[in-house]
Design a protein around this ligand. Structure first.
Ligand code: PMP
Length: 305
């Protein structure tokens, strides 16, 4: 990933991709204290459009506030950086990685408060859980790793170090022959995927865990809005592992994962064992919105121009 043509926004400048480097004594590399986002731009009839950019940037700044980092740029500058990297790299659709991290000024546990570095990178990235996964659904495993306790790592912060837990869960799932992990919270209830929120459909009602155990996903919010517009009742509640097994449909949401059906959990077929009826409709509406085919949701699109 480091050896490419193109530009990365780095502390206010568009620098050559290969030169967007940092020192091995970078504080965040050692302790994982940093915050980031995952954002997508889609090709629309009016050119590339970034989906819910302001919401992602707001979450980035909230994450920084939660972990106590002072970001040295304004939200407007970070929003503009996204537009600039799309243009500088000639992209029509892409994934973005904005991140704030502590530099190498000092390496004690306490970082130098004003040594905060920021990047916004963008590159073309297809379906995170595969095109086939989007169409047919994926196979998941309940992880042996527990999701974060809200007073250990901060769940509402999309913080770098939180992803150690995600990586271990995802790796374990892959090594066991599954596509993705589903993590339970410290009390044993369903929390989320390693990088996705989770939804359950039972008797026409859409259920999802409340935000005390999962990231406040922006795709999650969009899907709840879509379902409500469809006349589907949406309920946030505690969900047990066995409720997943007997659900009619289960799916993941995420900026990377989009709306990905889950067809199997712990070797039990979920519903009809393929993308379910409601999941199909929600997924279709989601892609219509992000790809600029639904004027009711234009306010979520930032056209790159
Ligand atoms: N949960 C976790 C742990 C994640 O990493 C992500 C991806 N950001 C999500 C949920 C989904 O959030 P969003 O829809 O905002 O991408």
């Amino acid at each position: 990933l480091s050896d490419r043509d193109g530009k990365i926004w780095y502390n206010g400048e568009l620098v050559d991709w290969r030169n967007a480097q940092t020192h091995v004594l970078t504080h965040t590399l050692h302790y994982g204290m940093g915050v980031f986002e995952g954002v997508r731009a889609y090709e629309t009839p009016k050119g590339a459009a970034i989906f819910r950019l302001q919401d992602h940037t707001n979450r980035l700044f909230n994450s920084a506030k939660i972990v106590g980092m002072n970001l040295p740029f304004t939200k407007e500058q970070i929003n503009q950086a996204h537009i600039d990297v799309v243009k500088a790299n000639g992209l029509t659709s892409c994934y973005f990685r904005p991140m704030a991290f502590y530099g190498s000024f000092k390496l004690g546990i306490a970082p130098k408060a004003d040594d905060v570095q920021m990047i916004v990178a963008a590159w073309a990235w297809g379906a995170y859980l595969g095109e086939e996964g989007l169409r047919k659904g994926i196979r998941c495993k309940i992880s042996s790793f527990t999701r974060h306790h809200p007073n250990v790592t901060m769940i509402k912060a999309k913080a770098n170090g939180n992803y150690m837990n995600s990586i271990m869960a995802n790796t374990e799932a892959h090594q066991s022959g599954y596509d993705e992990a589903i993590l339970l919270d410290a009390a044993g209830y369903v929390a989320e995927g390693s990088g996705e929120n989770i939804f359950v459909i039972k008797d026409g009602v859409l259920y999802t865990p409340a935000l005390d155990v999962a990231l406040d996903g922006i795709t999650r919010r969009t899907v709840m809005e879509i379902a409500t517009a469809m006349g589907v009742k949406v309920v946030e509640k505690r969900i047990t592992r066995d409720e997943l097994y007997v659900a009619d449909e289960v799916f993941f949401t995420g900026t990377a994962a989009e709306v990905t059906p889950i067809r199997e959990i712990d070797n039990r077929q979920i519903g009809i064992g393929e993308r379910g009826e409601l999941t199909t409709e929600i997924q279709k509406r989601f892609f219509d919105i992000v790809q600029g085919r639904n004027p009711d949701y234009e306010h979520y699109l930032t056209y790159v121009g």
